[in-house]
Design a binder for this molecule. Structure first.
Ligand code: ZN
Length: 255
């Protein structure tokens, strides 16, 4: 079985002391690659170091809307120079979160990153919360933009619009809760050729963990098993399809 985690923060402090063990466990359970989105330019050195240390850990660079307080004024030139130097597989995690403040700044910084993604022909890894319409509105201005709406939590109508723009949909542990009926309806409507699996570890919760427990890389198997059941596929089949999607979208070199 070959599973790919399309969104995991392996550079998170929660993983720092035992990353080799966690990745090894994940590997033993069939997980073969990880896409690590950055959230600030400050993350880049650490992401590159992890990628050098562990095979099949691929990095993406971006500015997450939650961390604008810590964003240096020269972020765009740092990001540009780092893209040219390190060739990330994507731009992000970027996006909009209207549950947080600084909306005008969020909009400007997100759109700049969409422009960078188009310029460097990279897919985007997009976080959107209470802001899917605004994300889609910006994406429509850039027909060449592509990528994934990770941890998708919009409506069915917004899903249709994202799919029409050619975007992939990332689904994680949130769908596994018994109360997550809306998420399951979304999952049912995502075509298999646009579906990506993600843990969003260590942050996104799933029903297979107690509250407060750390979400580990190997949790992807639980998510995959649940989604396979929902999609009436066997696990190996779902793993193959979603891994091919990740390999195609991010141009992952899986040698
Ligand atoms: Zn994330």
């Amino acid at each position: 079985m070959l599973l790919i985690d399309s969104h995991i923060h392996l550079n998170a402090p929660e993983y720092k002391t035992n990353l080799p063990i966690l990745l090894n466990e994940a590997k033993l359970r069939g997980i073969s690659a990880w896409v690590m989105p950055g959230t600030l330019p400050q993350d880049i050195a650490n992401l590159v170091q992890i990628a050098n240390q562990f095979p099949h850990c691929f990095y993406s660079f971006g500015v997450h809307p939650w961390f604008l307080d810590d964003l240096a004024d020269d972020w765009e030139s740092i990001l540009t120079a780092s893209i040219e130097r390190y060739f990330p597989v994507a731009i992000g995690e970027c996006g909009l979160d209207f549950a947080k403040g600084m909306v005008a700044k969020q909009l400007a910084i997100f759109e700049k990153q969409v422009q960078l993604a188009v310029k460097f022909k990279k897919p985007l890894i997009i976080h959107s919360y209470k802001a899917v319409d605004e994300v889609l509105k910006i994406l429509r201005k850039y027909p060449k933009a592509t990528g994934v709406l990770h941890g998708f939590n919009g409506s069915l109508q917004q899903l249709e619009q994202a799919l029409a723009l050619g975007f992939y949909i990332g689904i994680g542990g949130a769908v596994t809760y018994s109360r997550a009926n809306r998420m399951r309806a979304i999952l049912a409507s995502v075509p298999l050729d646009r579906l990506l699996l993600e843990t969003d570890g260590p942050y996104q919760a799933g029903s297979y963990r107690q509250k407060g427990e750390i979400h580990e890389p190997s949790d992807l198997v639980q998510i995959a098993r649940y989604i396979a059941e929902q999609k009436s596929l066997d696990l190996v089949e779902l793993a193959k399809i979603t891994s091919d999607n990740a390999i195609n979208l991010f141009s992952l070199e899986m040698k």
